[in-house]
Design a protein around this ligand. Structure first.
Ligand code: ATP
Ligand code: MG
Length: 490
């Protein structure tokens, strides 16, 4: 069974071979059926034509000898013999005439029957003696080919007086069928060769780009090399696959670029406070620790730096989602409570800066599903920004209302500096800071909004902003929610 296994492997290891074999089988099968059908049609029609012409010959002879058949005399039989020989010779047929009991009166050959021999038992003769014109195809005794026999009853006054049998060899028809068969076989072979060639060409066209892509995918998997693209020259499904493949590579490259950028930014951000900590420690070692006032001041700034460092680390962990690996997901978190708690967290900071916070009372009970801490964090981030980028005596207004039957919109509006339209498209990017100088002194790292957007996305929501420079900004959070109208439930 080794050869069988070899064929099996050859077939199923390659798409091209499968296409080829399928084509060959389908074409060979359908052409064979067509050939078979056509040849049998040709044969049956040729036999029908021959039968009709033999019948006409029989009728012609019958018209000549019908009187003599009734007479039953030696002269009459002689006349019948002469007529049979004449007709048979002229037409090249085998003709036999029998009387009404099946005895031979005249026969033209090819293997001459004896006069008076009874052939009533031959099927076409017995049918014709019974009054039915009959035809049979069979091997004639003494020759090596099939013959068609037509037997015609000669009748008068309702009686069968005798039978005329006309026979003709089928050799010619068979030869013609053989010639036709050869032509059909030639057509089948030609088509199969053409099929092999076209399917090899087609299979190459189809499988080449696919194997290119699979080669490239293998490379990416093994070495992570995403430097190349696959060539796309086709516009069909394979071309589309190539395009998608290239888009995927493009996406991978972009991800890689962002990752590198993130690492560079993160290490830069971590390096700055670390170096500052180093220099404070150095100053303390150099003698600053001796002076109690100076020591206190340095320790305070050390504390600030460490705080900043740990909050930055927390942000980094958050944004890389390490922190959020096993977040607790709860149903029915009350949005009003969530906003209230977030406000409490920034209350002291707002007091210090003399900025007012107003939470417009809600007319609906809005329930969210998600993580309490993360959602609070998102709102706190927005409130902190509003505080950070507002002057004293500013005002922050928070409002929450349903926008659809199952969606709530939370808006956080401030009367602060506003955002430059050039910065606006970038503020949600990691490490992006608008006014670099000011935010740096304010301690911002540009991660706040990126984290907020991440959290909102995790909760299947979107974040948006509207801002006018010098007048203030409004951030919008839209989240899926269960909305219960308070008026209706009262
Ligand atoms: N309410 C606001 N008013 C004006 N500018 C804002 C406001 N919120 C955000 N911005 C601008 O968008 C930038 C990005 O904000 P983001 O919160 O991401 O970073 P950050 O506040 O600078 O630092 P942190 O990581 O500490 O939050 C800010 O640097 C600021 O320029
Ligand atoms: Mg911020």
């Amino acid at each position: 069974m080794r050869w069988f296994e070899k064929i099996y492997q050859w077939l199923f290891r390659s798409l091209a071979n499968q296409i080829l074999v399928t084509y060959l089988l389908v074409i060979a099968f359908s052409l064979s059926i067509v050939t078979f059908w056509a040849l049998s049609k040709i044969k049956s029609e040729s036999i029908t034509d021959l039968r009709n012409s033999l019948e006409v010959d029989a009728v012609r002879l019958a018209l000549e000898i019908d009187n003599d058949l009734v007479l039953d005399s030696a002269q009459a039989t002689n006349r019948i013999k002469q007529a049979v020989d004449r007709h048979a010779m002229r037409l090249g047929l085998a003709m036999t005439v029998v009387n009404n009991d099946g005895h031979v009166l005249a026969d033209s050959g090819p293997k001459e029957l004896k006069e008076g021999e009874n052939i009533a038992n031959q099927p076409e003769i017995s049918d014709a003696l019974a009054g039915i014109a009959a035809f049979y195809t069979r091997r004639s005794s003494g020759t090596h080919s099939d013959w068609l026999y037509v037997a015609y009853p000669v009748r008068s006054a309702g009686e069968t007086n005798g039978v005329i049998r006309v026979g003709f060899p089928l050799t010619e028809i068979n030869q013609r069928l053989n010639r036709d068969l050869i032509i059909f076989v030639e057509i089948i072979c030609g088509t199969l060769i053409l099929t092999v060639l076209t399917s090899i060409w087609l299979a190459k066209r189809v499988t080449k780009p696919i194997s290119n892509m699979s080669e490239m995918a293998k490379n990416i998997a093994i070495s992570g090399d995403i430097s190349g693209f696959v060539p796309v020259v086709r516009q069909d499904e394979i071309g589309e696959l190539g395009l998608s493949f290239n888009q995927m590579i493009g996406r991978l490259r972009e991800e890689e670029r962002l990752r590198q950028e993130f690492i560079a930014n993160a290490s830069h951000e971590l390096k700055t406070p670390t170096m500052a900590i180093g220099s404070v420690v150095e100053a303390l070692q150099a003698g600053a620790a001796e002076d109690p006032e100076l020591r206190k001041q340095f320790l305070k700034s050390l504390e600030n730096l460490v705080d900043r460092q740990s909050s930055l680390l927390k942000d980094l962990l958050d944004i890389t989602r390490i922190h959020g690996q096993s977040v607790e997901w709860k149903e029915d978190l009350n949005l009003a409570d969530l906003i209230g708690e977030a406000i409490e967290q920034v209350r002291a900071q707002a007091g210090k800066k003399q900025i007012g916070i107003k939470f417009v009372p809600m007319t609906e009970l809005v329930l969210l599903s998600g993580n309490n801490i993360q959602l609070q964090r998102a709102i706190v981030n927005l409130l902190t920004n509003a505080l950070n980028y507002s002057q004293a005596d500013g005002m922050i207004t928070i409002q929450a209302k349903s926008v659809e039957s199952d969606r709530v919109e939370v808006s956080i509006q401030d009367t602060g500096s506003g955002i430059d339209s050039a910065d606006l498209p970038h503020i949600f990017e990691r490490f992006y800071r608008g006014d670099k100088a000011r935010t740096r002194t304010g301690g911002g790292t540009g991660l706040g909004l990126a984290i907020t957007r991440e959290i909102i996305a995790r909760h299947h929501g979107v974040i948006d902003v509207e801002s006018t420079l010098g007048k203030g900004s409004t951030f919008y959070l839209r989240l899926p929610a269960k909305i219960i109208s308070l008026k209706a439930s009262e």
